[in-house]
Design a protein around this ligand. Structure first.
Ligand code: SF4
Ligand code: SF4
Length: 409
């Protein structure tokens, strides 16, 4: 099996106390690709499409794998239904949820569900499925109308907004739903208006995810900066009106990161306390690895039938440690020694820099610990807007979910 190119940690503090000698990290969450098929062809999508769907046996075994490989202090376990488009397989989602609830009940565990969906297929049956299993959905959107249609197209190449506009409003019947707004250089200018439209319709939770793989030229970055200034203004007004009512999650997680930047030991939970499972039952550090490196065995960290490949898993856990991230070479460094300068762990931007995403690092530079400079540029924009607007959020308005789990969902 091909080995990752990650720094040798032999002799580091992590190795000495044995944490990386053998993986002993329990998972609390799995992302299941119940299908690798999708009814859209968004041109930036990183998931490799094919007709494969997960078998019932693999779905049940995935649930067993989660339970067998977890010890939670609060009894909570999480399953995220992912794809492709998971609502192409509502029966399999229901079967998996039923089985997971049954197995959890036998052990007094609290099993919770989420789903990432493109919202094109929401009908009564699927809406009831989300309600019945209390599935917290995240809906992918690029904006309203043309902004959405620019990149999110059907297999026939037509814009998909008309298929989701009516569905979006039905989603308001669900208690918790998040809109994930993906923003590309061409759609940045439309971002603030899209957010206003969503607020007007009644949506309460939005997260914004830039397409890091896109070509961000100076004009696009300038638009991105201006868009964020406007978004902060929108959030500030709503925060004053009702602090619990509406939140752009990036602003809250930025606030948390700036408050306690030293608290970050790992970039995220990938490989350590969460794993992704493809339709065949192969394990990956997270959902992005399934897409970026689907056919590369070095991205696999075992399978649900035979268990972990401990060596591969440990490599990714090590690569996910912030102390291993080499830095883009251009960040803002604190009081680091010359030798350690330019490492992400010594950079003032680390708390909110996409460099923490080892999947994007590996995809863009070939190395999970080496960030691409676009992360620095985007994080400098986020940080400088946050500081410029002197954004303050009183502690009592913060919620546990404000700490971002995945930098690039
Ligand atoms: S800007 Fe980001 S990628 Fe560059 S050194 Fe700082 S944290 Fe690392
Ligand atoms: S931050 Fe990156 S590596 Fe971590 S879960 Fe998200 S996509 Fe995966």
């Amino acid at each position: 099996m091909k080995e990752l190119s990650v720094p040798n940690l032999r002799g580091s503090a992590a190795q000495k106390n044995g944490r990386d000698q053998k993986s002993r990290f329990d998972i609390t969450s799995i992302t299941m690709l119940v299908t690798e098929q999708c009814n859209l062809r968004c041109d930036y999508c990183y998931i490799y499409k094919n007709a494969k769907k997960m078998s019932e046996e693999t779905a049940k075994r995935s649930v067993d794998f989660l339970i067998e490989n977890s010890t939670t202090t609060d009894g909570r376990l999480f399953i995220c239904f992912f794809g492709g488009e998971p609502l192409l397989e509502p029966e399999l989602v229901a079967l998996t949820a039923d089985y997971a609830l049954e197995e959890a009940a036998k052990r007094s565990l609290d099993m919770r569900f989420s789903m990432t969906t493109n919202a094109t297929l929401i009908d009564d049956k699927r809406l009831n499925l989300l309600k019945k299993y209390n599935i917290s959905p995240t809906f992918s959107l690029d904006g309203i109308g043309e902004a959405h249609d620019r990149h999110r197209k059907t297999i026939a190449g037509r814009g998909s907004f008309k298929y989701i506009e009516r569905n979006l409003l039905r989603l308001l019947e669900l208690p918790f739903s998040t809109i994930r707004l993906t923003v590309a250089p061409e759609t940045t200018r439309a971002l603030p208006d899209s957010i206003r439209w969503l607020i007007d319709k009644g949506f309460k939770r939005i997260s914004i995810s830039p397409v890091v793989e896109a070509e961000w030229d100076a004009a696009a970055l300038s638009d991105y900066y201006d868009a964020w200034l406007e978004i902060y203004d929108i959030q500030a007004k709503l925060l004053r009106a009702d602090p619990k009512d509406f939140r752009v999650s990036n602003i809250f997680s930025m606030h948390m990161d700036l408050k306690s930047p030293e608290s970050r030991e790992f970039g995220c939970g990938a490989a350590r306390n969460m794993v992704a499972i493809d339709s065949s039952g192969n394990l990956y550090p997270c959902h992005r690895y399934v897409g970026y490196l689907k056919n590369d065995p070095s991205a696999q960290i075992g399978n649900v039938f035979d268990g972990y490949d401990d060596k591969q898993r440990d490599l990714y856990i090590s690569a996910n440690r912030i102390e291993t991230h080499r830095g883009c070479g251009e960040g803002l460094f604190s009081d680091a020694t010359e030798k350690d300068q330019r490492k992400c762990s010594n950079c003032s931007l680390i708390g909110n820099c996409g460099s923490s995403c080892m999947a994007v690092n590996q995809h863009m530079t070939g190395n999970p610990t080496r960030p691409h400079p676009i992360n620095r540029v985007l994080s400098q924009i986020h940080t400088s807007v946050h500081i410029q607007t002197q954004y303050e959020i009183p502690d009592e308005y913060l919620e546990p979910g404000d700490a971002a789990l995945c930098a690039t969902p």
